[in-house]
Design a protein around this ligand. Sequence first.
Ligand code: HEC
Length: 118
Amino acid sequence: MGKGSAGLLAMGAVLMVAGCKSAPPLTPEEAVGQHMYAVRCAHCHEENDLALKPPPPSLHNIAEQKMLPNGGPATDAAIARVVVEGKNKMPSFAGRFTDAQMAGLIAYLRTSMPAEKK
Ligand code: HEC
């Protein structure tokens, strides 16, 4: 290692810390979805408060994975259909969401899904 390596290491440490900074703020649409998720979905999908077996799958990263946890492409339409129709132990939310709320929900599922601040 040459003379400048300590400086490079220090710079790397700074960059790593900077990389952990919180995600960019949500758009208003995503914030609507964040709230819907917190109210309607998180108690099952995060906390599994009904102790379902198998537990409801994590919805984090479905955008990157491109597939729904239990198969099929993770398109907006497919996600909306699961929410409206339900699936096995997941209840149907037919009529519970306005179009804007549904759009926000899907937009939020495609973010890093930061938890709603209380
Ligand atoms: C009562 C608990 C419960 C609630 C509330 C609930 N879910 Fe689910 N969810 C489940 C279970 C259980 C599954 C697994 C269904 C299966 O494939 O058998 C699931 C699966 C899913 C899937 C993946 C489907 C697949 O094919 O892999 C999505 C997407 C989903 N839920 C979205 C939501 C959203 C969005 C909400 C809030 C509007 C929500 N869920 C609320 C229990 C719940």
